[in-house]
Design a protein around this ligand. Structure first.
Ligand code: ADP
Length: 453
């Protein structure tokens, strides 16, 4: 009962038929989130722990000292400016460090400290005197592998004899080479090559196995099979599985299926001890409005511009299509606003730069396409304008995308607003959204700017 291919392509399409970016680049989004996050995001979500017993050694900790980490690791953590564990770390670290270790899936939004948690687990479990790979971390892309490696290097700065090896394209290691570094971070293809073809890594000696960005890996065809093959051959003694969840949440069901596949095929592998995940989210984090346009789309155009001066807030305008996003950007620029456009044709670096500028307040309005808006987490956004309602191929509302878009306003204790610009014939769609989330979406009169302001 293990699906060979678990990737279900996103079913959102535009209504105008000119969307050419319906492939979500999940790995690029993950990297972008990493690049734009320099600090920890306070996660207010509930964390569900299967092991809830407060007397258990696996129960959450409040300080890093309680984890009884090696002195050099504590020094590394404090040198990075960490004071106390984040929510997910509080829950996950005792499990990752327990004897015997507990397998787990950790799911939380980007920037909540998952990478730091499993890096700490790897650094805690290596034996610096054993000169062979003991921890293996799979990442979906070259860049993400490098990012994680940098965290290992920073956190392990005082663990003098522990070293990282990158199993990524371009890093050519001749057959027969003895790898003496304890932590290997790489992409599935190269790791597979190193393990089975070149025999550089003895998988039976792997104590910690990390599947970083597991949801992305599982969504990438071929990666899930490769990851399962690697995991199956690694020593079952202490593998820990970590999931970095990318919003929206539901793909985790697939992750769980893959976990089941791994454990079923692994034969005798220890099962999942815990699944740390946030509680459900609802779109009620800020008020939602609908604005009915009396006529054609063009009449909607002055809206964000007119609203802008009266709210010194940050805007994100979500668009279904690239072409429309461009049109709106030009219109607003001509109107004298500082606007930036995030679209899929840009490279990851260009997108990161745009988000950084928005984060720094250089542009107050960020216009994004449907695809780009997904997975990118800009916490400064206080107002979201949906220029088109997200719909599925069947012309049904795409609830997941809607929640994802407006769920990003008013987070982290800030108050947010969401506006939906719709034409009269789309009203039934909005009613469905309202029913689905059991929320009340207030109607505003487009002729009455005072009410809106
Ligand atoms: P995730 O993997 O969930 O996206 P990261 O582990 O990359 O999150 O953490 C996000 C940012 O927060 C990083 O810059 C990291 O150095 C920092 N960070 C992680 N844990 C802590 C902590 N306990 N205290 C302070 N900063 C932290």
């Amino acid at each position: 009962a293990c699906p060979a291919r678990v990737f279900a392509p996103r079913d959102s399409v535009n209504t105008e038929g000119d969307d050419d970016e319906d492939v979500v680049d999940l790995a690029a989004n993950s990297l972008l989130n990493k690049l734009i996050r320099q600090s920890l995001v306070e996660s207010s979500h509930l964390v569900e722990v299967l092991q809830k017993d407060p007397s258990s050694p696996l129960y959450s900790v409040r300080t890093f000292e309680e984890l009884r980490l090696k002195e050099e690791l504590l020094k590394g953590i404090y040198a990075m400016g960490f004071n106390r564990p984040s929510k997910i770390q509080e829950m996950a670290l005792p499990m990752m460090l327990a004897h015997p270790p507990q397998n787990l899936i950790a799911q939380s939004q980007s920037g909540t400290g998952k990478t730091a948690a499993f890096v700490l687990a790897m650094l805690s479990r290596v034996n610096a005197l054993d000169l062979f790979p003991q921890c293996l971390c799979l990442a979906p892309t070259y860049e993400l592998a490098l990012q994680t490696g940098r965290v290992v290097e920073r956190m392990g700065k005082f663990c003098v004899d522990v070293q990282v090896m990158y199993a990524i394209r371009g890093n050519r290691v001749p057959r027969g080479t003895a790898i003496t570094r304890q932590i290997v971070i790489g992409t599935p293809g190269t790791v597979l090559d190193w393990c089975f073809k070149k025999r550089l890594i003895d998988l039976s000696k792997i104590r910690v196995f990390v599947l970083d960005e597991a949801d992305v890996m599982i969504d990438t065809q071929g990666f899930s099979d490769q990851s399962i093959r690697i995991q199956r051959s690694s020593g079952w003694a202490h593998p820990a599985l970590t999931v970095a969840a990318v919003e929206p949440w539901p793909p985790l069901a697939r992750t769980l299926r893959v976990w089941q596949c791994i454990t079923e095929r692994g034969g005798g592998a220890p099962g999942l001890s815990a699944w740390l995940r946030p509680g459900p989210r609802s779109p009620t984090e800020g008020p939602e409005f609908k604005v009915l346009s009396p006529g054609e789309r063009r009449r909607l155009q002055p809206w964000p511009g007119r609203l802008l001066p009266c709210v010194s807030a940050r805007w994100a305008v979500s668009h279904q299509t690239r072409q429309n996003a461009k049109w709106l950007t030009v219109e607003m620029m001509q109107d004298g606003h500082q606007v930036s456009l995030l679209s899929g044709e840009l490279t990851v670096e260009q997108r990161a730069a745009i988000i950084q500028r928005f984060r720094d307040g250089k542009e107050k309005v960020l216009i994004t396409t449907n695809v780009c808006a997904r997975g990118i987490d800009v916490k400064q956004v206080t107002i979201v304008v949906n220029f088109n309602l997200p719909v599925s191929r069947a012309e049904e509302p795409d609830y997941e995308t809607y929640l994802h878009r407006i769920g990003r306003t008013g987070r982290f204790g800030k108050k947010g607003l969401a506006f939906n610009m719709i034409e009269a014939d789309k009203l039934p769609l909005l009613m469905k959204i309202q029913d689905h989330f059991n929320s009340s979406i207030k109607q505003l009169d487009p002729e009455d700017m005072d009410e809106i302001e």
